[in-house]
Design a protein around this ligand. Structure first.
Ligand code: NAD
Length: 237
């Protein structure tokens, strides 16, 4: 921890990749943890274009449940530490796989959202997008003004990432001198590949995770524990 604090103090250009683990202490379940089941469905089986094509109502019931959970949640000390980090480091880019909007609610201003946003609805016919913060939604599936059903504005398994977000994430990961990988199993690709890109580009990598991951033995330092405890400790002067 002491050594990692020193790296952070001396870093001019920091990038952080966050995953669902940073929101776990806000009460939002991760996909692969014990909360990854809804009714008897695995999250990974619902977050796909195929599942939505077959059962749009079921997929929407799951998203509506998650939106309602997230609406009642608050950013936790892990989110807040990253707001503090943004004010301290000359150049800081926050790259998130999360769709919950908690980093923005905490106060970070430069956020690269790799997997979209659960509060955006996109029409399946005309493609029009709208922000919708209602939770629960008054009727499911929600409909666009054109009459077609809308889908959540998130990236599902098997779908490409928004190109501008991916380019920004690659740029930040290849140019930083310190890369933090926080609360992610880093098995979802291509997001997980950013860790390797940062390493190959010469950055030091610090992992923060409550459990050991496949990255733990590859990174320069793996800090084991909840992000809401470890991140504020890492930032302590
Ligand atoms: P994941 O479920 O694969 O991994 C979560 C990781 O977080 C695990 O390695 C776990 O050990 C760690 N973790 C759990 N609690 C933690 C804590 N308190 N502190 C630190 N680490 C903790 O999630 P992923 O890697 O983010 O990938 C799954 C995909 O699902 C991503 O696209 C993700 O965005 C999406 N997802 C998003 C949300 C959200 O927006 N909150 C929630 C669930 C899933």
């Amino acid at each position: 921890m002491e050594e990692a604090r020193g790296w952070l103090r001396n870093a001019a250009n920091v990038a952080a990749l966050t995953g669902s683990g940073i929101s776990a202490e806000s009460g939002i379940p991760t996909f692969r943890g014990s909360g990854g089941l809804w009714r008897s469905y695995r999250a990974e089986d619902l977050a796909t274009p195929e599942a939505f094509a077959r059962h749009p109502l079921l997929v929407w019931q799951w998203y509506d449940w998650r939106r309602t959970l997230i609406a009642a949640a608050q950013p936790n000390p892990g989110h807040l530490a990253l707001v503090e980090l943004e004010t301290r480091v000359p150049s800081f880019t926050l790259i998130t796989q999360n769709v919950d909007g908690l980093h923005a609610r905490a106060g970070n201003s430069r956020i690269v959202c790799l997997h979209g946003d659960i509060w955006t609805l996109r029409c399946t016919a005309c493609g029009k997008e709208e922000q919708n913060l209602q939770a629960p939604l008054p009727s499911l599936p929600p409909k666009c003004a054109c009459g077609a059903i809308q889908r959540p504005g998130v990236v599902w398994f098997g779908e490409p990432l928004p190109p501008h977000a991916w380019l920004a994430a690659e740029k930040a990961s290849s140019q930083c001198d310190l890369f933090l990988v926080i609360g992610t199993s880093a098995v979802v690709m291509p997001a997980g590949g950013l860790v390797y890109l940062a390493r190959q580009s010469g950055a030091r990598v610090i992992e923060i995770n409550s459990e050991e991951t496949h990255l733990s033995s590859l990174v320069d330092c793996s800090l084991r524990g909840p992000a809401g405890t470890i991140l504020p400790e890492l930032l302590r002067p």
